[in-house]
Design a protein around this ligand. Structure first.
Ligand code: ADP
Ligand code: MG
Length: 215
């Protein structure tokens, strides 16, 4: 049997991701001070802190309502674009996963793909525009390619992790089209996008959690 992430286990992953985001505060803030308004880490970290503060409540929920609650919580706790974008992503995923009990190799893909589409729609942005989208997009490309090639679940999930990092790294040479980095004369070229960095942290934690605990 392959991996199956229950709502309770998803919350365990959220706690780990929150800790990793917390550890990267100085780095992400310094990056965002160069290309944005410097608040991205504070925004996202406060969202994860809020989620962790209600973790016992989240753990008791079914998958779809839990994702909805996470989305609503992030939307209200995070100021700035990322609150609305992550919130929209989780709310759309909650709808797409109605009736699913766990995240497995197929429903996790559906979850992330739905999140990506919702963020692109809400942000009116595309891959290649130097945003959080780039980490998620490349992670999903790698996920799909490995899955279609018939690789085992461990390899699929490890491919997703590598894809996320590649997407993050590619933002260094991208010109920002949306968001605050687009207001800069050099469009942020030469620096990683902070939102791509924090999206990548979450995807890496998710991959590590699945590989360490379930595969
Ligand atoms: P704000 O842009 O309001 O200051 P945050 O500081 O919370 O928002 O987050 C900034 C990050 O959000 C950026 O680094 C980028 O990855 C992402 N972002 C900003 N605008 C968009 C958009 N329209 N679509 C997708 N991602 C975006
Ligand atoms: Mg900001």
């Amino acid at each position: 049997m392959g991996f199956q992430i229950t709502p309770k286990e998803y919350v365990d992953y959220i706690v780990l991701a929150g800790e990793e985001i917390e550890r990267n505060g100085d780095y992400v803030t310094a990056l965002d001070a160069k290309t944005g308004d410097g608040d991205h880490w504070v925004n996202l970290n406060s969202g994860f802190k809020k989620l962790i503060s209600i973790k016992e409540e989240l753990k008791e929920m079914e998958l779809s309502p839990m994702l909805k609650k996470i989305g609503m919580t992030l939307m209200s706790a995070i100021g700035g674009s990322s609150g609305v974008l992550y919130g929209s992503g989780y709310l759309a995923a909650s709808k797409a996963l109605k009736g699913a009990d766990v995240l497995d190799i197929d429903t996790l893909y559906l979850f992330l793909q739905t999140e990506l589409s919702a963020i692109m729609e809400r942000g009116k942005a595309k891959p290649g525009w130097k945003t959080m989208i780039d980490s998620l997009y490349e992670a999903l490309e790698a996920y799909r390619t490995a899955k279609e090639a018939g690789q085992d679940e461990r390899h699929v999930i490890e491919a997703m992790k590598r894809g996320a990092a590649e997407g993050r790294d590619r933002t260094r040479e991208m010109e920002a089209v949306k968001g605050r980095a687009s207001y800069q004369t050099n469009k942020g070229v030469g620096e990683l996008d902070p939102g791509a960095v924090t999206m990548c942290i979450q995807l890496e934690c998710l991959s590590d959690y699945i590989v360490e605990h379930q595969l």
